[in-house]
Design a protein around this ligand. Structure first.
Ligand SMILES: [Zn+2]
Length: 382
């Protein structure tokens, strides 16, 4: 599924594109939604970008409008440095625009929490904020997550999107490279399971420009990691696809080898990112293969946008329209679960568990040194 494009495929894609535009103009995108009900929940949304700028959360509520019900909300844990030595007066806003490094920007979690707290309770109910500002090679990363929960109780439901392997990003972070075999990552996932946090992880399954017929370089490590952590929900972002890690043939079979394995029943996939969507809707064949897989495992896929600080609803929901051919091939049950139901099931449960954990692990003052002390339910080694 989702292999590279030949000329013929490009022609098919063009024809499919015309058909899609026709269908979008003729049909409601979601025949399963009742009038006035939101059509989707978004499991993957960045309020801020690589220089920590973004959409005001009140404006974003207007952008969601009545189309989007709930959103998993996070910033970006990495800050792109503006190095005068590198780009002079040009201020880069994206990691591909400069050779200067990226660094972990933990303040993102406080920023997201305070944006959330500026909302009314009714508005807050539409968001599930996520903690992202930690370095996954640091054995203290789990302590950061604990500290954020205790400093901002009542806010967060999950961790992520955090990244292990990602094309040009991984190499731009100074120091030790993130790895799926690092015990620091085990500590993060153990703690998330203990608290009940949803985990959203980005890990390119392969190195850039993979070859056909060769097993993706990080697949075995990823499976081993997932098998070691069978307790809390783990969502593998973008089905493991990366910007220049296009899915090779057999990608659907690879996903199915995880979906069908009883030891990885807590693993889910999000279909966010237009880079993934373009492969899924590339041809009638790729749509059919993807829809067949989702129809066989309707509880295990979630819709997400992966938009970063969008300015308009049209830009925000571009990928939702892009997926129109997929929506049409899903069974009504799968369609509803992928767009909304799976999100609600996972995040309702996370909210309940995380609030319980916070109750049991309250600290008297966020500024107190007690933040680093063990609370009830503490299982992390000190
Ligand atoms: Zn990602």
């Amino acid at each position: 599924m989702w292999s590279g494009f030949s000329c013929r495929q490009r022609t098919i894609r063009f024809v499919t594109g015309i058909a899609v535009l026709f269908l979008i103009s003729c049909h409601s995108a979601t025949p399963q939604s009742k009038p006035g009900e939101p059509e989707i929940n978004d499991v993957h949304f960045h309020l801020t970008n690589y220089i920590q700028n973004g959409t005001d959360i009140h404006d974003f509520l207007s952008i969601m409008g009545n189309k989007v019900g709930r959103v998993a909300l996070f910033g970006i844990p990495l800050q792109q440095q503006w190095s005068y030595q590198n780009t002079g007066d040009f201020a880069p806003t994206y990691y591909l625009q400069t050779d200067a490094p990226l660094y972990y920007y933990s303040f993102t979690d406080a920023y997201i929490a305070m944006a959330y707290q500026s909302l009314t309770p009714k508005q807050q109910a539409r968001f599930d904020p996520m903690i992202t500002g930690f370095n996954p090679v640091d054995m203290y990363a789990a302590d950061h997550i604990r500290r954020v929960l205790q400093t901002f109780p009542g806010v967060f439901s999950g961790i992520g999107e955090f990244t292990v392997h990602k094309e040009f990003v991984s190499g731009k972070i100074p120091g030790e490279s993130a790895s799926l075999t690092n015990p620091a990552l085990d500590r993060i996932l153990d703690f998330a399971a203990e608290v009940g946090l949803v985990v959203l992880i980005h890990n390119d399954v392969d190195a850039p420009f993979p070859k056909e017929g060769v097993e993706p370089v990080y697949l075995a490590q990823m499976k081993a990691l997932l098998k070691k952590h069978p307790h809390g929900p783990i969502i593998w972002a973008h089905c493991g696809v990366g910007r220049i890690v296009r899915p090779v043939k057999q990608h659907a079979a690879m996903l199915e080898s995880i979906l069908s394995d009883a030891s990885m029943q807590n693993v889910y996939f999000d279909i966010s990112w237009d880079e993934l969507a373009k492969y899924i809707v590339a041809s009638p064949e790729s749509v059919r293969i993807t829809a067949d897989l989702i129809n066989r495992y309707p509880d295990r896929f979630l819709f997400g946008t992966d938009e970063v600080a969008p300015a308009t609803q049209q830009k925000y929901l571009k990928i939702y329209s892009q997926y129109q051919p997929l929506w049409e091939r899903l069974t009504p049950e799968a369609n509803d679960k992928v767009r909304k139901g799976n999100y609600e099931r996972l995040f309702d449960e996370a909210r309940r568990k995380v609030r319980e954990w916070e109750q049991a692990n309250r600290i008297s003052s966020a500024a107190g040194s007690g933040m680093l002390q063990s609370g009830k339910g503490q299982s992390l080694p000190r």
